[in-house]
Write a new protein. Structure first.
Lengths: 401, 401
């Protein structure tokens, strides 16, 4: 019996609204010993007031020491066990270009590459050809037909593209053809189980035809496939929480992750101001809103402490407009930490503040990593955040008599 | 491997005494923003001294966000996983009237109801007839005989009664006959599995005869059955902890819950003063004592902040008499929170203080929710409290070489 078994039976409907604001990679580290983290350095009067009046804490996206990618990071704040619901590389790429993956589709990440006259890889990224070149080549590849399979191809950034196999009986467990090193032949797409036999056959036929189509191109005269995956079969938030959820995200990958758990995707927005506007616009039509803010992570990945501070302050300035909608539960957190000092995702627990009328106060007076250590939520697995939100929204009945 | 697998093999006997004082629903919330909780508002010099000298923390009865009923709340402070050992409604009702349920008994909650001449329910509670009327009707129903089953009937409060089927081959998985709404016929008792086929048949025969017995009564001319359940098969505290446990509780439901885990039930008591007296009386005959204090929960359920404060102070006044017995381990906690502000059980973690000579001190100087956040026990699942008590009592050997 797990938490979803409980929430499935205990959830009840009411007129409450829950807002989950995910500031991607918000958790950080001091740049210098003794210094503040990005969140602590930022002037965040509105987040501080939220933390002072409500309850805060720290979330572990996966397990201590485990650094999550964007997939597991979001899966867990959506209330799903990231070890149970794993998102393959191909799936994440497909989500990242807003591809609406079906439950039986196999998504694959493709790279154009350069091979010599004997087929040996000389450049795994074909000199990182520009996106426009990729788009032209993808258009050529679309002429390829393989019996019994629908093949969808979409260009990505630079030398990358996304391939999706649609049809019956395609398992997702096939080895990469990308050997990860140059000076060798591409590998064959080897099925890892019987259910993926057909997938491997279709991939092999596609590769053979692609080699013909591309043979006179330079430098992109061949391609490599990796990250074969089907989307995980996840119960929707409607099923496990009784919520009618919507996502408001600028970037397609986060819309895609939201789609995996059954969220409706609200019309496109360009920035946080438009996101908050959209929130108000759809306030009466949904009861759960996921709002994604990307730039805290981008700045962290760039190793730009000051920019991350600035982005946090930008986000803080929009908190009053969200509060003005009077959500019953407002949560601000991240999907993982991205300390500018490390220029990458990290395993450090993620600050969280939860605001509701049923919060038991704690001693935190500001929103920041060291204050969150004193927070009443303690340090918990991120997947328990959603059940807590439901509880504070009055949406969970008592367990047992 | 779970904690019981460890405690089964690691427990050892000594002459120590453990007292677990459960103040039902003790955890609370501030009535006003910035104010104290009930426990913080109460003058509790003795509990404060316990917390200052020992170790405190917060317990999660089930999982974050999950509000426990009395069943799961107690199961977990007794050291059992409340998701593994679930207590059905019928069982809890039977325990609530001190019915000594056998391991194969099926317990059912009954309601007298009113039906019209075509059998349609007009009042699911028969006008909430008084308990004396129920008692008279139950006496009439005792004349009913069904082949192969012993049927025990006991009156409850108002229109309620408890029915227990005793015999061989009675599964507990049968659907309620109570449709939960009026203006429809009662439902049939449908078995959910083959093992419960016989239970459903007996219930059906009982209902048919009861309709005859009650047909000339008004308003209680029919009955509804719900919450069919067998008691969970729980290993005793003797088996998993090597303890000889006793329960001292004013209310039958808590005596019943204690009986489920193998506690002996000490003779009846009327109030906390008599409970503490009973504790001293039996001090040499048991090594573990569960003392249950109900009124913190009752006041919380009534939404009466001041009364809950007063009840906490009443309890505090009896702490010295318990300490005078020199328990090796004294624990004061609750089975769940019942904030007066919410007038119901809640999911908020429950304050706990554990006093023993082997406590590592923490920074808590009083016993209250916000101080417990600084407590050395941290925030843990309530089911780990008993192993901690055993450890502090010197009753657990080293695990592994």
């Amino acid at each position: 019996m797990n938490i979803h078994d409980l929430t499935r039976t205990l959830n009840r409907h009411n007129d409450s609204r829950i807002v989950l604001l995910v500031a991607d990679g918000i958790g950080g580290l001091p740049q210098e010993p003794g210094g503040p983290t990005e969140l602590e350095a930022a002037a965040t009067p509105h987040l501080d007031a939220l933390a002072a009046r409500n309850v805060s804490g720290l979330l572990n996206p996966v397990l201590p020491g485990i650094t999550p990618g964007s997939g597991p990071g979001h899966v867990s704040v959506f209330g799903y066990d990231p070890l149970e619901y794993q998102i393959g590389r191909g799936v994440l790429e497909a989500l990242g270009i807003d591809f609406d993956l079906g439950p039986n589709d196999v998504a694959i990440r493709g790279n154009f590459c350069t091979v010599d006259s004997s087929g040996i890889i000389t450049d795994r990224r074909a000199g990182r050809i520009p996106s426009e070149a990729s788009a032209r080549l993808v258009e050529k590849l679309r002429s390829i037909r393989v019996e019994g399979a629908e093949i969808c191809l979409e260009p990505g950034l630079d030398h990358r593209f996304v391939m999706v196999l649609r049809g019956e009986g395609f398992g997702g467990d096939v080895e990469d053809t990308d050997p990860q090193v140059a000076d060798v032949l591409p590998l064959r797409p080897v099925p890892r189980n019987a259910a993926s036999q057909r997938t491997a056959e279709v991939a092999e036929q596609f590769i053979a035809q692609a080699a013909e189509v591309l043979k006179n191109e330079q430098p992109a005269n061949m391609l490599l496939l990796r990250g074969f995956a089907r989307r995980p079969s996840m119960p929707t938030m409607q099923e496990v929480y009784g919520l009618k959820p919507a996502a408001i995200a600028v970037y397609p990958m986060y819309r895609g992750l939201a789609r995996l758990v059954g969220m409706d995707i609200l019309p496109k927005v360009a920035d946080i101001e438009e996101q908050v506007h959209r929130l108000g616009e759809y306030w009466d039509r949904y009861d759960f809103f996921f709002v994604h803010f990307k730039y805290t992570d981008s700045a962290g990945e760039d190793g730009d402490f000051e920019e991350k501070v600035r982005r946090i302050e930008e986000l803080d300035a929009h908190i009053p407009a969200i509060e003005a909608l009077k959500p019953d539960v407002l949560i601000v957190t991240g999907d993982h930490s991205t300390p500018a000092k490390m220029s990458q995702h990290s395993w450090h627990p993620v600050p969280v503040v939860l605001a509701a009328s049923t919060c038991r106060p704690d001693e935190a007076t500001r929103f920041g990593e060291s204050q969150c250590l004193r927070g009443g939520l303690g340090q918990i697995e991120a997947r328990y955040l959603l059940p807590l939100a439901l509880a504070h929204a009055g949406r969970l009945q008592k367990f047992g008599a």
